[in-house]
Design a protein around this ligand. Structure first.
Ligand code: MOS
Length: 728
């Protein structure tokens, strides 16, 4: 087995020369039949012999200390096996490999913080038992209201430091046109369809965790750290995951509680969070207040661009929503300011929820650009075009690939943008006011370290293996396509093994980096195999052609099976962000268009159609890529019109921690959505030439809807969701 790392940017000739028959094609999900027949089992569907069920007991106050836990009534319930509240490893919240929550503490950081776990013979007994545990607390006054708590500018939280370039205040003072508005977004839940669930057991010495998790390599480290075990004694399995949206990037406290219980009882334990518990035990996206200040001339050319905001975190959390992250490379302007301020609240932790930063940052900035265009009397697309930078205006680096203006053009043409009536409130259809709006989409591109092994078996079938997850995104399918493309196979001849920390460590599903990073590792592994096949053909790798299970070079031809001579060839590929990745500014881009109808009598908003055009580098699979983009656009509709978790500012509890009252868009809310790609292979991004997809679709999507509402009604709404009362 060989291992090699090739700098990103040295595009392997191997993929460039491949037949391009398979990669990019809208191949149906290779694991689809297993999913629709129920053969693909999920974390809670495991039933090792003797499995017990766990339920989490939460703190009954939003701040203060736990003083006593009375478990007598719970222990008296038939079926209850144990109530554990004395283990010093009980975590106060969710952990990830970079930051662990407090463990074994009596301090209450937020309402519902885990303080005990009830283990029982049935799930019903565990949950009823949890309701019978009496937790006594010495409550303290909590900080639950973002509007009344002090804003801290001087803090070290988050990965995005404050940025100041030039003199924004002077440039704004000197600008002929000044724009200055505030925007607000509420708490959003990452509401995955598959519950947060795990089945945990000891396999000899090895703590085995079958979990619904996005990034199992990191989860393994976190679980080991939390449990006080060496990492070799933890194995995490997640072959199928029913959505994550960021909420499954870390390790939920219920996983550690189940592990503690499995260790103490010597039996497998499984746990699934009821929907209401996910509000307290899973992180959420912080509410934000944002300010956009722009100075420009009468032609709309920007001289000063400022995007700042405030986000919340509790005293135990280490994350901060990078509000202006997507704005950094978006528009020109020599004077620039970007900052996220911090408010400490005693609420559950805030964390990465699909497109952290961009999902809500682009709402403010893309609505601001729409408003500014109207004030200037310039078409919104034209205003954006006039401020399209030719290199990253914040870090000065050249763009790797950037087809944003092409997205505008293609989207405008396909959507019928030239027919838009700029004067708001001008188009009526019976009692409905009709309008259209657009917004840019941008999501920073990351490539992270990833390994994958590829084995070309003696029978000519290939297996690619790594610890990536497929959270509904299409990882199984794109890895089969990648290997098939390079080795000249049918994708049906490629087996894909994922979701097991015993396999080579990959990127995991997060930050939109999974597909590009994992596919790059697979390409590099395949490259070694191609070199070996070429050697056996006495040919140079450059002249070798692999197609239909055969190799040919210079007039000679052999089947792969012949070349393999009864033995498999195996190789390991390791991809990492290389020199070119650091020299360029990388992002995926897009343009959203939306048409809405607003009922003039009731204020009801219906989104009639949406269309987006996206630049994501190489498209690995047009169906699964579009599927992710459309899902993001649905979330844009959802947060523009419905989603908002309401905090009871007296208690620190959520008023609506379930799908009954936290309104996510359902089929009836979602119009026909079209997704198109402008494909340009991004050689600097990674060996696969693919930029991130998963989080691009939500970026800007809400702004397009809200801008369309303005065009329909003449009413500017600067805080989402847009409710009926604001339009009447
Ligand atoms: Mo994403 S919010 O990094 O799953």
């Amino acid at each position: 087995m060989t291992e090699q790392a090739i700098d990103s940017g040295e595009r392997p000739a191997i993929l460039a020369r491949a037949q391009q028959k398979v990669l990019g094609a809208p191949l149906p999900r290779v694991e689809g039949p297993l999913k629709v027949t129920g053969a693909a089992t999920y974390a809670f569907e495991q039933a090792p012999a003797g499995t017990a069920y766990a339920a989490v007991v939460g703190a009954p106050a939003g701040a203060g200390r736990v003083t006593a836990i009375d478990d007598a009534a719970a222990l008296a319930l038939p079926g209850v096996v144990a109530v554990i509240h004395d283990d010093p490893r009980i975590p106060a919240g969710e952990g990830n490999s970079r930051a662990m929550p407090a463990q074994g503490t009596d301090r209450i950081f937020h309402h519902g913080q885990p303080v005990a776990v009830v283990v029982a013979e049935t799930q019903a007994a565990a949950r009823e038992g949890a309701s019978l545990v009496r937790v006594h607390a010495d409550p303290a006054p909590g900080r639950f209201d973002m509007e009344t708590q002090p804003v801290r500018r001087d803090h070290k939280l988050g990965f995005l430091p404050a940025i100041e370039i030039g003199d924004v205040d002077a440039a704004i003072a000197a600008a002929p046109v000044v724009f200055d508005e505030h925007y607000a977004t509420p708490v959003h839940f990452p509401a995955a369809l598959e519950p947060h669930a795990s089945t945990v057991w000891f396999d000899g010495e090895v703590l085995t965790v079958r979990s619904s998790n996005q990034v199992i390599g990191g989860a393994r480290e976190t679980i080991a750290k939390a449990m006080g075990l060496p990492a070799e004694r933890v194995r995490v399995l997640a072959p199928y995951v029913g959505g994550g949206f960021g909420g499954k990037t870390g390790v939920g406290p219920e996983v550690i509680l189940a592990a503690i219980a499995a260790e103490r009882l010597g039996r497998p334990v499984k746990v699934a969070l009821p929907r209401r518990d996910t509000a307290y035990l899973v992180h959420h996206r912080s509410a934000t207040v944002q300010q956009v200040r722009i100075g420009c001339d009468h032609d709309g050319v920007i001289t000063a661009f400022e995007h700042t905001g405030t986000a919340a975190q509790n005293d135990d959390g280490g994350f901060l929503e990078p509000i202006p992250f997507g704005s950094l490379p978006l528009y020109g302007g020599a004077n620039r300011r970007f900052r996220t301020d911090l408010v400490r609240l005693d609420l559950p932790a805030t964390g990465a929820v699909r497109a952290p930063g961009e999902a809500i940052g682009t709402f403010a900035v893309e609505c601001a650009m729409d408003e500014l265009a109207e004030r200037l009397g310039i078409d919104p697309i034209e205003l954006r075009r006039r401020n399209e930078p030719d290199r990253d205006p914040t870090n000065g680096k050249p763009f790797s690939t950037r087809r944003l203006t092409d997205c505008y053009d293609e989207g405008a043409r396909r959507f019928g943008w030239p027919d838009r009536v700029p004067a708001p409130g001008s188009v009526r259809d019976g009692e409905w006011l009709v309008g259209i709006g657009m917004a840019a989409a941008l999501r920073g591109n990351f490539t992270v370290e990833a390994s994958a092994s590829v084995r070309l078996g003696a029978d000519g079938r290939a297996t690619v293996a790594c610890d990536m997850t497929d959270i509904g995104t299409g990882t199984y399918t794109i890895l089969a396509q990648t290997v098939a493309e390079v080795l000249g196979l049918d994708p049906a001849q490629v087996d894909v093994r994922l979701g097991d920390t015993d396999l080579p460590r990959s990127a995991g599903s997060g930050g939109s980096f999974g597909a590009g990073s994992a596919a790059s590792a697979a390409v590099l592994a395949c490259e070694d195999i191609v070199v070996e096949l070429a050697r056996r053909m006495n040919a140079s790798p450059d002249e070798l052609v692999l197609a239909d299970g055969r190799a040919s070079a210079d007039g000679r031809d052999a089947t792969l099976v012949e070349l393999l001579r009864g033995e498999a060839i195996e190789a390991m590929g390791k991809s990492s962000p290389g020199a070119q990745a650091k020299k360029t500014s990388q992002a995926s881009h897009g343009a959203h268009f939306a048409e809405v109808a607003v009922n003039a009598v009731t204020g009801e908003v219906r989104v009639r159609r949406m269309l987006g055009v996206f630049d994501v580098g190489r498209v690995l699979n047009r169906a699964t890529a579009a599927n992710q983009i459309v899902g993001g656009m649905v979330w844009g509709v959802s947060y523009a019109l419905g989603e908002a978790a309401v905090v009871d500012t007296r208690s620190g509890r959520f008023v609506n921690p379930d799908f009954g009252e936290y309104h996510v868009a359902v089929n009836a809310d979602v119009p026909q959505i079209e997704c198109h790609f402008i494909e340009e292979i991004d050689d600097a991004a990674n060996q696969a030439g693919a930029k991130g997809v998963g989080e691009l679709g939500i970026s800007g999507a809400g702004a397009a809807v809200v801008n369309a509402i303005y065009n329909a009604t003449g009413i500017r709404v600067r805080d989402v969701p847009v409710t009926l009362d604001t339009l009447l």
